[in-house]
Design a protein around this ligand. Structure first.
Ligand code: SF4
Length: 95
């Protein structure tokens, strides 16, 4: 059996969206003051973040893979990140 590609494996994951609560909050003032938005956008393989023209970040938290990389590259205080509430978030099916 041929091994699956990374996109094929990722497509098997399931997401349970918490429509009432985002597990990612951006402190826009810290992002703008430190210029860390570009690094946050670049590090996220799930394309959760988009840098807007005014330097703020928009967030599509539903696609988050819960890897924690954005928190590692963000300036202190720029992101408030926690795992989704129980029963929500990604369910890994392949890798
Ligand atoms: S935890 Fe990982 S997948 Fe989720 S937003 Fe941060 S970098 Fe992207």
């Amino acid at each position: 059996m041929k091994p699956l590609s990374v996109p094929e494996r990722l497509a098997r994951n399931r997401f349970e969206l918490d429509e009432e609560e985002s597990h990612i909050e951006v402190n826009q003032e810290v992002v703008k003051a430190t210029g860390c938005g570009r690094a946050i956008v670049a590090c996220c393989s799930a394309h959760v973040y988009t840098e807007e023209a005014d330097g703020s970040l928009s967030v599509e938290y539903a696609a988050c893979l819960e890897c924690g990389t954005c928190l590692a590259v963000a300036a202190p205080g720029a992101l408030k990140w926690h795992y989704p509430r129980g029963g929500f978030g990604i369910q890994f099916r392949e890798g």
